[in-house]
Design a protein. Structure first.
Ligand code: NDP
Length: 327
């Protein structure tokens, strides 16, 4: 038996609860990990609250991320005692996840814990930070450099947004943060944003094309925000789209693409191949000062997970949440 959050769905409804779980619930997999830290991402909150059909089979342990130590392995990639990190791969959706004391996954799904980070710091980064780095890499590969111009980050107080600001400002980019919580402007400036704009400036239906401003954009919001970001991106600029916090639609036109030659990069962290993950984690290790993560991280125990998941979807959480699965 081990402690974890278990999601069930039956005639009595959808239920997420902290409980003792029988190890027979753990799925097939080559590597069993004693989880030390997990985290709460946007998708975890959708799964725990049942607000969106994220969970595809029941019973399910949520948690797309975990960090811990290998305790059993039939994979040639890992041995007992290895420190590992897991992000995505449908874990917490179709395969039991990390909000529990034990997890069992395929060997190729894991990446080594970088020596620069503790397991807790790796979870303060989590899928949100790894996705922020995938976005930064997309802009860099497009040829955008710190001197190219302003970079817009939307959903700035969220997990992806906060780490995107830390990363970009650390690399020397000029970052403009769009947020609904302008009262948090000082905090965003400490992270490295040079200007804060109210997200309402981007949330009305977009014109096909607007005044050119952004050399690049990291968008976590989608919908009208993404359309406005595209319409105001400079000639041959790029937009990295990774989120849907404001909606899944994309009410735009082809104008920014055919008149300004902008590029829209789709960012997926879930099924990204191992070499892409390794590149992102290597760059996180070299570019992100772990000490700076503390300012955007709050720690909770397992008993708080379900209520904080609701807060996160209501936009009440700032930055990242790490979960001590043994508390
Ligand atoms: P968070 O909940 O931590 O942050 C989302 C932020 O978006 C909020 O803090 C808020 O920022 C802003 N926001 C929320 N609702 C709205 C709204 N209605 N309109 C405009 N802005 C809004 O989530 P994460 O940072 O973890 O994830 C952000 C998005 O990225 C999610 O949609 C998530 O599913 C997606 N994602 C995608 C990944 C991928 O692989 N493509 C991986 C990880 C995340 P503020 O208060 O500053 O306005």
């Amino acid at each position: 038996m081990f402690k974890g959050i278990l999601i069930t769905k039956d005639e009595t409804g959808y239920n997420s609860q902290l409980q003792e779980i029988d190890s027979s619930v753990l799925p097939e997999g080559e590597v069993t990990v004693r989880v030390e830290w997990s985290t709460l991402n946007y998708k975890d909150s959708l799964a725990i609250t049942g607000k969106s059909p994220v969970v595809r089979c029941f019973p399910m342990i949520p948690g797309i991320d975990f960090a811990g130590t290998v305790i059993e392995s039939s994979s040639p990639l890992w041995k007992v005692g290895d420190a590992v990190v897991h992000n995505g791969w449908g874990v917490g959706e179709t395969h039991c996840g990390g909000l529990a004391q034990l997890a069992r996954v395929k060997g190729e799904w894991l990446v080594p814990l970088a020596p620069e980070f503790s397991a807790r710091q790796a979870m303060a980064i989590g899928t949100a930070g790894y996705t922020a780095m995938l976005c930064v890499l997309a802009l860099e590969k497009h040829g955008i450099q710190p001197g190219t111009g302003e970079i817009l980050v939307t959903g700035a107080n969220g997990g992806v947004g906060s780490i995107a600001i830390l990363l970009l400002s650390g690399l020397g980019y000029t970052v403009v943060a769009a947020t609904g919580r302008v009262d948090q402007a000082e905090h965003l400036k400490v992270l490295g944003a040079s200007e804060i704009i109210d997200r309402s400036q981007l949330s009305a239906p977009a014109k096909p094309i607007g005044k050119e401003r952004w050399a690049g954009v990291i968008d976590t919001v989608g919908s009208h925000t993404l359309a406005n970001a595209c319409a105001t991106t400079r000639y041959r600029g790029a937009v990295a789209a990774c989120g849907l916090a404001g909606g899944m639609d994309f009410p735009s036109s082809v104008a920014p693409f055919i008149l300004r030659g902008i590029t829209l990069y789709g960012i997926d962290s879930v099924m990204a191949p191992p070499r892409v993950r390794q590149e992102a984690w290597a760059r996180l290790a070299s570019d992100l000062d772990p000490a700076r993560l503390e300012a955007i991280t709050q720690e909770i125990g397992m008993a708080e997970v379900c209520s904080v998941a609701t807060d996160l979807l209501e936009g009440k959480v700032r930055g990242r949440v790490v979960v001590d699965v043994n508390r």
